[in-house]
Design a protein around this ligand. Structure first.
Ligand SMILES: [Fe+2]
Length: 357
């Protein structure tokens, strides 16, 4: 306690007997305490507490209008649970049940009447020492929590950096900037949003959808770089990218990688069950159904080596036409709303994608 300046410690004394508060105040001033507020009207205790914000309250138990229990109840309601503000009950003879009740309702210690200078000072000093330790512990905990938050952020950012680099690596041979991948991420995010998924899921879909074609990293150049439509055998080779992607992303406990794997494996399924792995309607996870639409829309509306892009209106009609066969009908309807609302934006490259530009 010696390293704490007693003149800065704020004390609130509540007792209906003026001679009692005067005596205690005198003892405490003599001990070095400088900021002492007193009241002989318990009805003022709460207002005074809120005005003064004392470090400690000394409270008489038997008072008119409001007794010590009532005042203590009022104070405990406004003292934040994480703050340690000691309440000392100043009382004469107190039976055991009343003592138990006082302790149960938030009293930290007792001071006996008639008050004795040494006891008053020492009991208050003990409580302030406990308060100081409590505050130190709390500050230490807050520091540790801040450290954990910071480290967690670094780990999450590192994980995302690595995922984004994996996207770049997997797309590099045929789309060095990964423009298609980032656009699919953006469209999938908007579709997840309009579907009403929770924000954390929307964010995860935005981050993982660009990895949908990660398995293409394992395909031969003759397939990846092919100009023109695929022969049946080449198409079979192309289909392998879903399983390759799933293998690359397998066996992780990271929620991001687990979602990325799900998307990589299922983004070529069809609602009617005629997709790569013959999953039908909701057998395909929602993430896969969302990215199927986002991917198909982006492929339709951007040029490739053997076809011109569709206009927005043409792409809209294609989605409408394939709703319920190729695409999830409910998601298709939502996607049409998205096109009507944000159509032109959906076509633009993502300018804030990682490593872009
Ligand atoms: Fe794909």
């Amino acid at each position: 306690m010696q390293d704490r300046d007693l003149s800065t410690i704020k004390l609130l004394l509540v007792d209906d007997e003026a001679h009692c508060t005067k005596l205690m105040e005198a003892f405490l001033r003599q001990a070095g305490y400088g900021l002492i507020t007193t009241t002989n009207d318990p009805r003022q205790a709460l207002d005074l507490y809120q005005k003064v914000k004392p470090d400690l309250v000394a409270l008489d138990l038997r008072m008119p209008h409001l007794d010590g229990f009532d005042v203590m109840r009022q104070l405990r309601q406004v003292i934040p649970a994480e703050d340690y503000v000691p309440i000392l009950i100043v009382t004469g003879e107190l039976d055991a049940p009343s003592k138990h009740r006082a302790l149960a309702e938030g009293a930290n210690d007792f001071i006996n009447k008639p008050v004795d200078a040494t006891e008053v000072v020492l009991r208050i000093q003990n409580q302030l020492q406990t308060q100081r330790l409590h505050n130190q512990l709390q500050m230490h905990n807050e520091h540790l929590e801040a450290q954990v938050r910071l480290r967690t952020k670094v780990v999450e950012q590192t994980q995302l950096d690595l995922l984004n680099r994996l996207v770049m690596a997997s797309e590099y041979r045929y789309d060095a900037k990964g423009a298609h991948a980032w656009r699919v991420g953006r469209v999938a995010k908007l579709l997840a949003e309009i579907k009403g998924l929770p924000p954390d899921q929307v964010d995860m879909i935005k981050k993982t959808a660009p990895l949908h074609d990660v398995g293409k990293i394992g395909l031969r150049d003759s397939i990846i770089m092919k100009v023109g439509p695929y022969e049946p055998a080449e198409f079979e080779g192309m289909k392998a990218h879903t399983k390759l992607g799933s293998t690359i992303l397998a066996d992780s406990r990271s929620p991001l990688l687990m979602m990325a794997r799900e998307i990589a494996l299922t983004h070529h399924e069809r609602w009617d069950g005629k997709g790569y792995h013959k999953l039908k309607d909701v057998q395909t996870p929602l993430t896969g159904r969302i990215v199927t639409l986002a991917d198909a829309f982006d492929v339709m509306t951007h040029p490739c080596s053997y076809k011109k892009p569709l206009t927005l209106g043409e792409a809209r009609m294609e989605i409408e036409r394939h709703a319920g066969t190729q695409f999830d009908p409910e998601l298709s309807a939502l996607f049409l709303q998205l096109i009507d609302r944000d159509g032109e934006t959906l076509l633009n490259d993502v300018t804030d994608a990682p490593f872009f530009g």
